[in-house]
Design a protein around this ligand. Structure first.
Ligand SMILES: [Zn+2]
Length: 371
């Protein structure tokens, strides 16, 4: 017992691992960072806790991957790309469980010791106990269901829906309602509804948002607020969020961003309108992250995969500046359909990141001219 090694909460960044150590720990010295008189747990206890969380999100490639016998690697049977990551890569780079104070080498060493502390004995291995975890560097792991979400494997019975698949179906199969008997898309929308609830945020009364327009006419002829407000219905064109005939309002969180978003050319004049909210409104905030740590007991893997393969992709798509050569009538349909669904759920708008200025935000509000 006495010669067991121990570690403290400060050696980790993940809050659930930290809490586990503080709750289960005894006062002592950390063998990793050297802190004394802090809560510490033995490596084998923390190993069990880490593995429990890790397995909520990862599965071994043996079940899913395609083994390339000559090149001795797992690959994707469709693309031939390398599959899999090592346990260390997943925990260090993806889940980011370790304290920033530990460099890669120290963290790897630390993880190896943690996993060695529960390594089955030779006798146990002979008896049939597997040793999945002491090899922390081979790329034996992948996210559960990753191949299905990435579209490289099909499964008729389960719901695996990526943004790419939704786009394809909405553009070319059926647009407004599910026409076939499988209600896959409706089921997807119900799942998204639950995730969206965790991404709700409130824009407060009095908050100011900005809208720019290239305007090279005479300022004397400028009519306010008409010339800077949302387009009147008869002038609306098809765009990322709304089809022709429906007017939404596009705004930015600050002046610099709204000017960038209209992509002015040299010598263009740009006018900027300032809009103030008259009341609180609830919007969907795509810049928030609803995914919990895999070390949290209520971690939900479906949420993580839908956020990664659907919501974040949708968010990237709506953040892109509008391409001149896009066939807007077709390209914008998937985002228009999803936006209308979000509107149907009662949200008054969407907040999303600007692709032109990092860390700045844009908004679409679901009310146009005269509403
Ligand atoms: Zn420590």
């Amino acid at each position: 017992m006495e010669d067991k090694e121990h570690c403290c909460a400060e050696c980790f960044k993940d809050e659930y691992i930290r809490n586990f150590i503080i709750q289960e720990g005894k006062k002592g010295k950390c063998d990793v960072c050297g802190r004394d008189n802090v809560f510490v747990v033995s490596f084998d206890l923390v190993a069990d806790f880490i593995i429990e969380g890790f397995r909520r999100a990862y599965e071994t490639l043996e079940n899913e991957g395609f083994w390339h016998p000559e090149e001795k690697r797992y690959c994707d049977s469709v693309t031939g790309n390398d599959l899999g990551q090592s346990m260390f890569e997943a925990l260090y780079y993806v889940e980011e469980i370790f304290s920033d104070d530990l460099d890669e080498k120290t963290a790897k060493n630390f993880l190896q010791k943690i996993m060695n502390s529960i390594k089955p004995s030779f006798r146990e291995i002979v008896r049939g106990d597997g040793d999945l975890y002491s090899d922390i560097e081979s790329p034996n792991w992948m996210l559960i269901d990753e191949l299905y979400y990435s579209g490289n494997k099909e499964n008729e019975e389960k719901l695996f829906y990526s943004w790419d698949e939704f786009k394809e179906i909405t553009r070319y199969n059926f647009r407004f309602f599910d026409v076939t008997n499988d209600n896959k898309r409706e089921e997807l929308l119900r799942k998204l509804e639950n995730i969206f609830k965790k991404m709700k945020s409130t824009l407060l009364k009095g908050e100011r948002l900005f809208r720019a327009r290239v305007y090279n006419g005479s300022l004397k002829k400028l009519e306010q607020p008409k010339d800077i407000g949302p387009a009147p219905i008869e002038k609306t064109k098809s765009n990322r969020f709304s089809p022709a005939g429906i007017s939404y309002m596009y705004l930015s969180g600050d002046i610099d961003t709204c000017i960038e978003e209209v992509v002015p050319q040299i010598k263009d004049n740009v006018i900027v309108g300032v809009f103030e909210l008259k009341k609180n409104i609830e919007i969907l905030d795509l810049t928030g992250n609803p995914v919990k740590s895999t070390f949290c007991k209520s971690y939900d893997h479906d949420t993580r995969m839908l956020v990664g393969y659907f919501i974040n992709k949708f968010s990237e798509e709506i953040s892109k500046p509008m391409g001149v050569n896009d066939n807007k009538e077709i390209e914008y349909i998937p985002t228009q359909v999803l936006s209308e669904y979000i509107r149907k759920l009662g949200y008054k708008g969407i907040k999303y990141g600007s692709s032109l200025i990092n860390g700045k935000y844009n908004y679409v509000l679901f009310f146009g001219a005269g509403r």
